[in-house]
Design a protein around this ligand. Structure first.
Ligand code: ACO
Ligand code: ACO
Length: 150
């Protein structure tokens, strides 16, 4: 499997990006402002992430997703670790990530990759999404913010 930046003019994998964030508007905005990377196996795009510069010396991993058929095989972890290396290479000092209060597997993955919880943006998903979102039998209401020093 190879993880690479999108080629010039190559369309981002919108379907995959929408797995991580149900808002087409937010996804379009991230992709326009950040850099999109894809994981490719046998010429098929199986994963994606977007690295977004947010403040001086700080970047955020805003959107990470693995094709459902390929989840649970370590690809997500490889993508997170690739993003950490890429952010270091670009001389960012801090990498941030955020996920929903209900995203238990994602919170496990991010902490296994070195992120620590820094705060909670209460009611983020109420303020920014017009429809209620449910995951793991819970309503997604709060954004858990995590970060790591690079
Ligand atoms: N408890 C403990 N550990 C867990 C749990 C759990 N409930 N769930 C997952 N994990 C661990 C796994 O054990 C594994 O760690 P390990 O290698 O030490 O065993 C790790 O978390 C996940 O491993 P991967 O197989 O690398 O993950 P995967 O390839 O399935 O990708 C991803 C993870 C990207 C979250 C995928 O499930 C996905 O695409 N989900 C839908 C989209 C999504 O929710 N994206 C994130 C939104 S937030 C954001 O984008 C910033
Ligand atoms: N993802 C999604 N949901 C989960 C997960 C998961 N990884 N793990 C548990 N849940 C859900 C279950 O699905 C269930 O919800 P549901 O009824 O909607 O399906 C609920 O959490 C747990 O259900 P119970 O079977 O009622 O829980 P249990 O009898 O196992 O008791 C307890 C939970 C008390 C935490 C038990 O596991 C325990 O004694 N653990 C060791 C001691 C401990 O850790 N105590 C808490 C320390 S913190 C404190 O005391 C304040």
């Amino acid at each position: 499997m190879e993880i690479r930046a999108l080629h010039t003019g190559e369309q981002p994998p919108t379907g995959l990006l929408l797995l991580a964030d149900p808002s087409p508007k937010l996804v379009e905005d991230y992709v326009a402002r950040g850099q999109c990377f894809v994981a490719e196996a046998d010429q098929q795009v199986v994963g994606v992430y977007v690295l977004l510069p947010t403040r001086p010396e700080t970047a955020e991993l805003v959107n990470i997703a693995v094709n459902e058929e390929f989840q649970g095989q370590g690809i997500g972890k490889q993508l997170v670790n690739h993003a950490i290396q890429e952010a270091k290479r670009l001389r960012f000092k801090t990498l941030e990530i955020g996920t929903g209060n209900s995203s238990i597997g994602q919170l496990a993955l991010y902490q296994k990759c070195g992120f620590r919880i820094t705060g909670i943006d209460r009611d983020f998903f109420i303020r920014h999404y017009s429809e209620e979102i449910y995951e793991n039998g819970m309503q997604v209401v709060d954004m858990i913010r995590l970060s790591q020093d690079l």
